[in-house]
Design a protein around this ligand. Structure first.
Ligand code: HSE
Length: 323
């Protein structure tokens, strides 16, 4: 049986969830891939996390190069977060012939061309399903099952933290600060939650979605973006009076002349619209293709195991190609 070695950079919420799934479902993943895999190295300095996930301390290192360039790693899971040094780490791993899997939307959106070109040039893969929509397999669907379509419209709720806040404020009348703390405690929010509430995280995700659906890269900073910090209880009440909910919506569309437009902002969504029923940390991605029509993907957009599920799916795709 083919053997594949995996290195994990970071045992935070998502890295830890990924490690747990690789351990919990080892037998079925081995059966499905025909690959005997092993996590050979983990980059982590927090020994409490190492202990909490039952990682053998002998495979834990603080030397990142041991994972990026070592002979005993075939696939690198980069789950550190942030643009740098993560982007440089991923480039180095790709240049050393390792495939990379990452949920790091900030790094991928900032360096999309560099990372995808480096993978191509070195005959390896970079897989990014977990970057958008957490556990929802929308990117693989857009680039594989729906690849025969010309896409005209992509609309989504792409951030679990802000959707959780909008849901709890709107449905339960809870205060913004308390709900944000709750979202942080549940592992939904970024290390700096400003990225969530100001829409920066959604801009990273929409940038990636547009690159894949429309073959057009738009830097996250060039996407007009309004977050949820200006949404008040009065705004929510005014929306309710019109049978609407306020949701942070990312939208990109192509007009008949082929012009791509895009924006992110809180919008009033009528109760009758499918996106109004997307609550708490759930995300939804609504795409329109010229052959398939409208398709909506729905699921948990944040959290350790849902995001880990997407990462493990990408690891499995790479292992199948290596088997
Ligand atoms: N902070 C992100 C969110 C995590 O709340 O959606 C998943 O990308």
């Amino acid at each position: 049986m083919k053997k594949v070695n995996i290195g994990i950079l970071g045992l935070g919420t998502v890295g830890g969830g990924t490690y747990d799934i690789l351990k919990m479902n080892k037998e079925l993943i081995t059966r499905r891939t025909g690959v005997d895999y092993c996590v050979t190295r983990v980059l982590e300095i927090n020994m409490k996390a190492v202990e909490a996930h039952g990682v053998d301390p002998a495979i834990v290192t603080s030397d990142v190069d041991a994972i990026l360039t070592g002979d005993d790693v075939d696939i690198v899971i980069e789950s550190l977060g942030g643009v740098e040094p993560s982007s440089s780490f991923m480039l180095k791993a790709l240049e050393h012939g390792k495939s990379v899997v990452t949920p790091n939307k900030a790094a991928v959106a900032a360096n999309y061309e560099k990372l995808t070109s480096a993978a191509k040039a070195n005959g390896v893969q970079i897989r990014i399903e977990a970057c958008v929509g957490g556990g929802i397999p929308a990117l693989t669907a857009i680039t594989e099952a729906l690849a025969g379509n010309e896409f005209t419209d992509v609309m989504g709720i792409l951030n679990g933290t802000t959707n959780y806040i909008m849901t709890k404020m709107g449905d339960e009348g809870l205060a913004y600060d308390a709900v944000l703390k709750d979202a942080q405690a549940k592992g939904f929010a970024e290390a700096d939650p400003t990225a969530d509430v100001e829409g920066i995280d959604v801009a990273n995700k929409l940038s990636i979605l547009m690159a894949l659906a429309f073959d057009k890269y738009v830097a996250p900073g060039d996407i007009p973006t309004v977050g949820i910090t200006g949404v008040t209880m009065d705004d929510i009440a005014a929306a309710k009076a019109k049978d609407c909910k306020i949701k942070l919506i990312a939208h990109a569309s192509v007009d008949e002349a082929g012009k791509l437009s895009y924006e992110i902002k809180p919008m009033e969504i009528p109760y009758s619209h499918p996106l109004a029923g997307v609550s708490n940390e759930f995300n939804a991605i609504y795409v329109t293709g010229n052959a398939v029509g409208e398709v909506m993907f729905y699921g948990k957009g944040a959290g350790a195991l849902p995001t880990g599920s997407a990462i493990v799916g990408d690891v499995i795709s790479i292992m199948k190609a290596m088997a």
